[in-house]
Design a protein around this ligand. Sequence first.
Ligand SMILES: O=P(O)(O)OC[C@H]1O[C@H](OP(=O)(O)O)[C@H](O)[C@@H]1O
Length: 317
Amino acid sequence: MQVPNDLPKEVLEIREDIRTMRIRGAGRIARAVAMALSKAAAAFVGNDVDEFVKYMEETAAFLRGARPTAVSLPNAISFVMRRLREKGIATVDEGKRTVEEAAKEFVEYSERAVDEIGELGARRFRSGDVVMTHCHSSAAAAVLAAARRAGKVDRVYVKETRPRLQGLIAARVLADAGLDVILIPDSAVRYFMKDVDRVIVGADAVAANGAVVNKVGTSVVALAAKEARVNFYVAAETYKFSPKTLIGELVPIEFRDPAEVVGREWLQEHPNVEVLNPVFDVTPAEYIDAIITERGVISPYAAPLILLEEYGVHAWD
Ligand SMILES: O=P(O)(O)OC[C@H]1O[C@H](OP(=O)(O)O)[C@H](O)[C@@H]1O
């Protein structure tokens, strides 16, 4: 991927931090790219409007390639860039202001959305509920923290989420929120499902058919939950809904370095073994009881309504 000329170091660092997962979680990634666009705009030198717009388009394309699956990333970029395209700016300063304001608006919307999801989602829980979660999702954690504040959920099983162990982040966050946390290996999901009343996870992408793409292993939790007749909820802001799936595109699944699974040394010692590291998997709509969004708690089958309301003709952009 070509790096646009004169891109400030902090923008390059944000992209690298997303690629290497120092910045991770679909919502955080979205807020980080919005801010990266704002920083890139501020750093542009010159008065030529066409040059500025070209530079911003190149920056957007460069940031879009940071990670492939979380659709919040391209959606955040589209939110900011659409403003710039539609505004018809007369000066570079106006362009910079437009980008800065749009990025700020996106970040504020995003932070508010997570809080709203927390409050709405908490209503689905009952006093004494035992919950299971997978990976670390700030949206799912917001629901659990709100449910805890409402005196509903006490205990939560957190899966360790190999190979990157984001479950350890979730365990810390949820313990800090006052929940009793039980950390379990991924392989113990079915063993403990009998003790669980509800499952809640986040999402990296929601497709037009209501399927949810989330951290690999999510679909196995959903299968175990369905078998045990345990409610399965997804917490996802509307900018995690994928407009391109309305026109038949599939959400690409990221595969990361196999060394994340077994370490570099083991790979070198076993050159005849192929190690694969898919990062996400797909949970079909039929396994999902509800998607908790900032616009309301919906059936996964209502995903196309959210997409059409949110993006309309822009789904085709
Ligand atoms: O936006 P929030 O709810 O925080 O996270 C949503 C999802 O993003 C994460 O992906 P990764 O760890 O970046 O690969 C997880 O899959 C998580 O469920």
